[in-house]
Design a protein around this ligand. Structure first.
Ligand SMILES: Nc1nc2c(ncn2[C@@H]2O[C@H](COP(=O)(O)OP(=O)(O)OP(=O)(O)O)[C@@H](O)[C@H]2O)c(=O)[nH]1
Ligand SMILES: [Mg+2]
Length: 456
């Protein structure tokens, strides 16, 4: 599903390729596919429709900047609109009150207990040095109390529980008194979940909310449950009017479309996401990042922005001119390496390229890895750099290898790579004369070649 979504989006935006202006006709076609892709990513169909309508309105008649093609422009419009729909900015939790009370709610197995622990850990580590107290209000399963105690021990956070007491409201109120006495400034109340929404559970959580008057009531939901997550959120919200959503298990194979739907359907901010079982696997929710994830295109937007900053327009034009005439030489190669270096950490950069992110996660890319390539080029005479054909001469290669502290094999490999790249750039240039993405592809190719190339 991961791949099919990005591919589908790529395809839908491709329709716009070569169009000078965004018009109703080309946008309608592209957005039809985007809508399907959103639904495949678990976005509620009504939400997807409203979303598409607003993107269409924004995109229509927008004059396309000469530097950016309609396709790229559309990606940015869709991306920004997704982020806006999800709340734009990250929303903090409310910690007013002495103690501040955080009430956790949600279905069975959604991750309430785990998230309670994660929150306690985050707050304890915070520079304000909070002293949280965890409260076990799951009165149905003795194991639930033990689970929280184990977490508390591990985190060195106290856990309040009352064996035998079957009244969660009483336990919670007692816990608040206990916190006051012990100087705990935050009380995190973990509650019992049910397999599905039922009256008993709703009554219980409603009573807890009324009696405790928490500063923050969080609804915890498993992102893997897709559309069900939206329905559950709606039902909980109608009953307890929660303050924020926690989306757990985003480390799984889910696109996160539920985030967009929940935000739109219940109009409550998503505040945290859970990304694993460990206690530090908690992130503050960032709408921008979630938009990247839903689009599944890596961070195309910032990639384009960073590329635009680093590449001097004039330089780029000159490079294109040379490419057209097939005059790309080692001097230009060296310049390209400098440009890539200017754009920042190579691994970061490569991982932002759509479809590449996952692949390079475990690959070790050394930022210094260009060093030997640079050394080899710098050991060439200016004439050799301008006329790579001179390098067919064996004694020149031996001299360059010596000068750069490399071997003749490494020099040979670089020359071969350079030839391959020239061919590839020529082909690409024919396909894509002006686009920024074309240049990005060229750089990506260089980086891939570099990975296989001589190592220092
Ligand atoms: N991969 C992953 N697993 C998670 C995450 N959050 C929780 N889990 C796991 O999901 C399972 C259920 O989590 P709990 O925290 O016990 O869920 P709960 O809501 O307290 O469940 P009940 O107490 O039965 O209502 C556990 O195995 C957790 O380790 C997450 O962000 N990622
Ligand atoms: Mg639990």
């Amino acid at each position: 599903m991961f791949e099919s979504l990005s591919e589908r989006l790529e395809r839908s935006f491709k329709i716009l390729k070569g169009e000078g202006k965004i018009t109703e006709v080309n946008v309608a076609d592209a957005l039809k596919d985007v809508r399907k892709a959103l639904i495949a990513a678990d976005v509620n169909y009504k939400v997807a429709k409203t979303f598409i309508d607003s993107v269409k309105q924004k995109a229509m008649g927008m004059n396309v900047l000469t530097a950016v093609r309609p396709k790229e422009m559309m990606i940015k419009v869709v991306h920004d609109e997704l982020a806006i729909l999800m709340g734009g900015e990250a929303q903090p939790i409310n910690l007013q009150g002495r103690p501040a009370i955080i009430l956790m709610s949600g279905l069975q197995g959604s991750g309430k207990t785990t998230m309670s622990g994660k929150l306690a850990y985050m707050l304890k580590k915070d520079k304000k040095q909070h002293k949280p107290l965890l409260v076990a209000c799951d009165v149905y399963r003795p194991a639930a109390i033990d689970q929280l105690k184990v977490l508390g021990d591990q985190l060195e956070v106290p856990v309040y529980s009352e064996e035998g007491n079957k009244n969660p409201v009483e336990i919670a109120l007692n816990a608040v008194q206990h916190a006051k006495a012990k100087g705990n400034d935050i009380v995190i109340v973990d509650t019992a979940g049910r397999l599905a929404v039922d009256e008993e559970m709703m009554d219980e959580i409603e009573n807890l909310k009324k009696s405790l008057n928490p500063s923050e009531t969080l609804f915890v939901v498993d992102a893997m449950t897709g559309q069900d997550a939206v329905n559950t959120a709606k039902e909980f919200n109608e009953r307890i009017d929660f303050d924020g959503v926690v989306l757990t298990k985003l480390d799984g194979d889910t696109r996160g479309g539920a985030a967009l739907s929940i935000r739109t359907v219940v109009d409550k901010p998503i505040k945290f996401v859970g990304i694993g079982e460990k206690m530090d696997a908690l992130n503050v929710f960032h709408p921008q990042r979630m938009a990247d994830r839903i689009l599944g295109m890596g961070d195309v937007v910032s990639l384009v922005e960073r590329a635009q900053q680093a590449i001097d327009e004039k330089e780029a034009e000159e490079l294109e001119r040379k490419l057209r005439k097939n005059k790309f030489d080692f001097e230009d190669f060296l310049n390209q390496i400098q440009t890539i270096k200017k754009m920042g950490n190579i691994k970061d950069l490569v991982s932002m390229i759509p479809g590449v992110g996952k692949a390079v996660k475990d690959v070790d890319i050394d930022d210094n890895a260009f060093k030997s390539v640079e050394a080899i080029i710098r050991s060439m005479t200016p004439k050799e750099r301008k006329e790579p054909s001179l390098l067919a001469n064996q004694s020149r290669k031996i001299r360059i290898a010596k000068g750069s502290g490399t071997t003749i094999q490494e020099v040979n490999r670089l020359i071969k790579q350079f030839d391959d790249m020239r061919k590839m750039m020529k082909q690409m240039n024919a396909m894509d004369k002006k686009g920024m993405m074309g240049k990005m592809k060229a750089m990506r190719q260089m980086q891939q070649m570099q990975q296989n190339g001589p190592k220092i």
